[in-house]
Ligand binder design. Structure first.
Ligand code: HEC
Ligand code: HEC
Length: 288
């Protein structure tokens, strides 16, 4: 119930936000969208509430966790190969998530943008954040955050250590598998991207490819291999001999069981606050 109401609110404000945001975005698309808008109906020098602030704040946190390593803190592209989102046609024309949400959920996997696996609501919040940033360019005349040096080691290592003991110790040990992790990844940004994802973030070869799956078409004769692709209609495995095999899915047939050692990592992503992320990174940086 609360969810549904929240969504209506978010969609309502998203529409309002777009109407305001496009007025100051200087492009042909804008001019079309502006028709029907009273000229001078807002003062571009004033800060504007273009999106629901709570949604944008949530989207910002999720962006920092899920997107920043590839698309940059200022959205202009990052160390790990994501393009500049301030010039992305998809992001610029997004009105209420219809362009951005499918991309977050895997529509561009073939081009190297992994399926981030966010829920509709979380992906919608990230879209609202991106629109708010794009909207802000018009009034500032430059990409937001430009020239701001980025130091991501701003957390408290002590709190990070406590968080690690409470949430990470079940699978990891700083004296075993994560020993010297900061020496293996001396660049804090890379280290942060690594622990957030649980593995390398390189588009198609992303950590997600560690998943395996078992497909049972005939009782007692499961085929298993590494999971190449899965959606509601198709599952593709790479078998041990290197060949790929696809199966059409129709509801529960065939029976598919996915084993993804990193599922837990992905499930945890939305549970971190900005502070948690900063603290854990600050702690891991000490593990030389
Ligand atoms: C592992 C790196 C990586 C991560 C993480 C990542 N992206 Fe991307 N993203 C890419 C790459 C590479 C492309 C270019 C794909 C293409 O050519 O269409 C892309 C494309 C996009 C585009 C389309 C840009 C265009 O060409 O118009 C959007 C929008 C986008 N990403 C948003 C996001 C958001 C939002 C997140 C986080 C929820 C995210 N990305 C996380 C790598 C990444
Ligand atoms: C349910 C088990 C589980 C939990 C909980 C978990 N991880 Fe992981 N983590 C994994 C697995 C599985 C991998 C992939 C290991 C591999 O590739 O060998 C991984 C990978 C990593 C890596 C990359 C290691 C490398 O060598 O590249 C880091 C760093 C990491 N996790 C940090 C964390 C942190 C920090 C937490 C707590 C916030 C956490 N993990 C919680 C299972 C878990």
């Amino acid at each position: 119930m609360i969810n549904i109401r929240f969504r209506f609110l978010a969609i309502g404000t998203a529409f309002l936000g777009t109407a305001l945001a496009v007025v100051c975005w200087d492009s042909p698309v804008t001019l079309v969208a502006m028709a029907g808008q009273a000229p001078g109906s807002f003062n571009s020098g004033q800060p504007r509430a273009t999106e629901d602030p709570a949604t944008v704040a949530h989207g910002k946190t999720l962006y920092g966790i899920n997107c920043q390593a590839c698309h940059g803190a200022d959205l202009r592209g990052g160390d790990m190969g994501g393009p500049n989102l301030l010039r992305s046609q998809a992001a610029l024309s997004d009105e209420h998530g219809e362009m951005i949400v499918p991309i977050i959920q895997g529509a561009r996997q073939a081009q190297g943008m992994p399926n981030i696996g966010l829920s509709d609501q979380d992906a919608g919040a990230v879209a609202a954040y991106l629109r708010s940033m794009i909207g802000a360019i018009g009034s500032q005349g430059k990409p937001p955050g430009e020239e701001k040096p980025l130091d991501i080691v701003v957390g408290d290592p002590g709190r990070g250590s406590n968080y690690f003991a409470a949430h990470c110790n079940t699978c990891h040990s700083t004296t075993d598998d994560l020993k010297g992790i900061a020496s293996r990844f001396p660049e804090p940004k890379t280290l942060q991207a690594r622990w957030l994802a649980g593995g390398p973030l390189t588009g198609r070869n992303s950590a997600a490819t560690k998943a395996t799956a078992e497909v049972t078409t005939k009782p007692g004769q499961p085929a298993s291999g590494s999971l190449v692709h899965i959606d509601d209609f198709l599952v593709t495995l790479r078998l041990s001999d290197g060949t790929e095999r696809s199966y059409r899915r129709d509801g529960p047939t065939p029976h598919v069981v996915v084993h993804d050692p990193l599922q837990k990592h992905r499930d945890m992503l939305p549970t971190y606050t900005d502070e948690n992320v900063h603290d854990i990174t600050a702690y891991l940086v000490t593990l030389k």
